[in-house]
Design a protein around this ligand. Structure first.
Ligand code: KG4
Ligand code: ZN
Length: 361
């Protein structure tokens, strides 16, 4: 089954083509991504209106590029898949309306895909045998969710964040230090030179017996601790938030102060990673999972990947960890095509609508 997939839920404009031969053999033929990140770097974050305007310019060239790269013509395709939520409404509409139009003029079936299932199914791209039941941790800029997959038809939502997502905690903390979105990779880079045990941050809900997360208190604790050491950041919230447009904090610090900054970042990263792993293991033990699946933009984090792998290897269950290659962790269209292969639902080009609030049913 050859699927053209489209992803425009946030600031990226993606089109991919997959040849899904079976559940265990999903071959990536093309994966094109246009980004307006350099535009957002001048504003410190994604401005929805600007993102959607760029996406409407990029959309058709990106689809065309995917067809050229895969060396396919529209008539070779079996289906068109598209992210219809969750995400930014203007951005989603660009992808959804494009997919509807192409499905109509090319007479192809239209497969609506939940972006979060896209992250999950990024793990099935390539030649994969993932044993079930599996516990899946989806960690992105907007979501932190734990799922139980008994089969592709039986996926249960176990819990999620009650406030900020893990990625948001990384992003907002990085923004405080003067770095534009996405801040996760920057915090991870600064953390490499730091001592992860230098600061002890709260780990909200760590002892709760559910599968929920909370990262907003941790974000505030990082803000308060950082301001203690760096008077430069003791401005009003508004000023601090525009501070990033000036110069990153790091470049204004002495060597000794820089070490404190690295220690703060390492301790923050360690705290986020330890909370994610604790809840994941709790689910693995409770449900007798045969595998752990990690996905979403934060799954690109080395510390999370390595620590989770080490923890699973050391644990009594010793079950395998599945993580997509890094370019498939952050938003991309290939993962939407993979999820479409496992989706039974079909949409009419007349009726499909974007749903920014879509979550797990
Ligand atoms: O999945 P994604 O591309 O978009 C959403 O659906 O949100 O995830 C983006 C998130 C951002 O919060 C970004 O900071 C985070 O993933 N991220 C990372 C890393 N790479 C991306 N966080 C920590 N370490 C990384 N290496
Ligand atoms: Zn995403």
């Amino acid at each position: 089954m050859k699927i053209l997939s489209i992803e425009t839920s946030c600031d990226e404009t993606g089109a991919a083509i997959l040849d899904a031969k079976s559940e265990h053999e999903i071959i990536l033929l093309a994966n094109i991504l246009a980004t307006s990140m350099e535009v957002h770097a001048t504003t410190g974050g994604v401005i929805p209106e600007i993102a959607a305007r760029h996406q409407s310019n990029y959309m058709l060239p990106v689809v065309w590029d995917a067809l050229q790269t895969a060396k396919l013509k529209p008539e070779d395709l079996d289906a068109i898949a598209v992210t219809y939520g969750p995400g930014l409404i203007g951005s989603l509409l660009v992808g959804v309306e494009t997919a509807k139009t192409l499905s109509y003029i090319w007479n192809k079936q239209l497969i609506p895909v939940n972006h979060l299932f896209g992250h999950l199914y990024a793990n099935w791209i390539g030649e994969k045998y993932i044993p079930l039941p599996a516990v899946a941790l989806i960690v992105s800029g907007g979501h932190t969710d734990l799922l139980l997959l008994k089969s592709h038809e039986d996926i249960t939502f176990l819990g999620g964040t009650r406030d900020d997502a893990a990625g948001e905690c990384f992003d907002k903390s990085a923004r405080l230090l003067g770095y534009a979105y996405p801040g996760g990779p920057k915090i991870a880079q600064l953390a490499q030179q730091g001592d992860e045990n230098a600061f002890v941050f709260p780990r909200p809900l760590i002892g709760s017996h559910d599968y929920d997360f909370s990262f907003s208190g941790l974000k505030t604790a990082f803000l308060n601790e950082t301001r203690k050491y760096f008077p430069l950041l003791r401005k009003t919230t508004t000023q601090a938030h525009v501070g990033w447009q000036e110069v990153a904090l790091e470049s204004q610090l002495s060597e000794r102060e820089k070490q404190t900054l690295y220690d703060l970042c390492a301790s923050l990263e360690k705290t986020i990673v330890s909370v994610l792993i604790k809840k994941t293991l709790q689910a693995v033990e409770t449900f007798g999972a045969q595998a752990v699946i990690l996905s979403g933009g934060v799954a690109a984090n080395e510390k999370l990947r390595e620590t989770l792998l080490e923890t699973l290897e050391k644990s009594a269950t010793n079950i395998p960890l599945f993580v997509p290659e890094k370019f498939l962790c952050t938003d991309n269209a290939a993962m939407i095509g993979a999820a479409a292969y496992f989706t039974k639902e079909r949409a009419g080009w007349q009726t499909l609508t974007a749903n920014p609030e879509l979550y797990f049913d």
